[in-house]
Design a protein around this ligand. Structure first.
Ligand code: FAD
Length: 323
């Protein structure tokens, strides 16, 4: 089922999870164990991230350096199919522009269509670790909006090869990313919102936000989106923090800020256990407020916080919900 159908059919705020494929060489069983712990919450869909290949220079025996591409977490499409058919849960594979030609994107979308997966979250992806700025594949897309356009075309049966006749129309429900605290490359919130509106106008069906720790960012983001004419559902992204260290690491990676109240509470902790409890309490309060606001779904980023997520979600679902 398409994500937007799940959202329309909901009787309360839904709860979904985002997981990462295993590291290359690892077995899928650890991932299944993670999902087993989430089953009690009956997630309507599970997102699976995509990880582009990075390159590094390896020195060979002759002293020369060779550029070697390494993808640490391959398998997004396969993992999505495995979860869908093992658990009967809809999956949302992430697809990125970075490292993909338009033809490879089309092939990936066709694979998903054959597998009966009709949801995608379409992203540009970040620059490679050793690149300063994002560089598009020479035959690929430079922004997520172009990936959206390509997928919308496929939904109409228009493939890259224009000689096909009676080509199958796909039925992808398209999610895109939004940034309540602004995308870090954008010169202003206004510009970022204009590009977000463009992504939606190109055919995105809903938005999932970057994580944030102060709900005022989400509330004002939703308000500004609506003022700009962005009408699609906006799903807030939540990532529980579990330690003081998180407060120093996450801003550098995700370009977000922590509210002072949370920083002060974490700094006052005497033990790692206390830090964890502050993180759990903060997330429960934050999530409850989002539910009370009427958020269509809470998108939990599980990476690094899987140990605390079940207790947080259990607390949330034990309370009476309003839509
Ligand atoms: P875009 O929408 O292309 O925007 C990128 C920047 O370009 C913004 O500053 C925007 O304002 C600007 N812009 C947009 N359109 C245009 C245009 N037409 N012309 C000029 N400028 C434009 N990354 C991964 O690698 N794998 C994942 O699985 C993944 N999952 C994610 C899930 C979520 C929910 C979120 C919020 C992010 C995720 N990311 C993932 C990170 C994402 O790839 C990065 O944040 C990336 O820097 C931007 O991606 P985007 O799709 O928002 O890009």
């Amino acid at each position: 089922m398409r994500v937007t159908e799940h959202l329309s059919n909901r009787k309360r705020s839904l709860i979904s999870f985002e997981i990462l494929p295993p590291l290359k060489g690892k077995n899928i069983s650890a991932l299944y164990r993670t999902i087993d712990k989430l089953l009690e919450f009956e997630p309507p869909f599970i997102n699976v991230t995509y990880h582009r290949a990075e390159y590094k220079f390896k020195q060979r025996e002759n002293g020369m350096f060779e550029k070697v591409y390494i993808r640490k977490r391959p398998g997004t499409v396969g993992i999505c199919a495995a979860i869908k058919y093992k658990y009967g849960i809809d999956t949302v594979p992430h697809l990125v522009c970075g490292g993909f030609s338009r033809m490879e994107t089309e092939d990936a979308l066709m694979d998903l269509n054959y597998l009966g997966i009709d949801n995608v979250l379409l992203l540009r992806g970040d620059a490679m670790h050793n690149e300063r700025n994002f560089v598009r594949h020479e035959k690929g897309h430079g922004n997520a909006c172009d990936l959206v356009k390509q997928t919308v075309e496929l939904n109409k049966g228009v493939y890259l090869e224009d000689e096909l006749s009676d080509a199958v129309e796909t039925n992808f429900c398209i999610g895109v990313a939004g940034y309540p605290e602004k995308h870090f490359e954008s010169p202003s919130m206004e510009v970022d919102l204009a590009y977000l509106k463009h992504k939606v106008d190109c055919g995105a069906d809903y938005i999932v936000t970057q994580m944030f720790y102060d709900n005022k960012h989400y509330f004002s983001f939703v308000k500004r989106c609506r003022e700009e004419g962005i009408e699609v559902p906006i799903i807030p992204g939540i990532r529980p923090i579990t330690s003081l260290k998180n407060l120093y690491v996450l801003p550098g990676i995700f370009h977000i800020a922590f509210p002072n109240e949370l920083v002060a509470a974490m700094q006052a902790c005497k033990t790692p256990e206390e830090e964890k409890m502050i993180g759990i309490d903060w997330t429960i309060k934050q999530a409850q407020e989002l539910i009370d606001f009427g958020a269509p779904c809470l998108h939990f980023y599980t990476y690094g916080s899987m140990k605390v997520i079940p207790s947080i979600v259990r607390e949330l679902v034990s309370k009476p919900y309003s839509v």
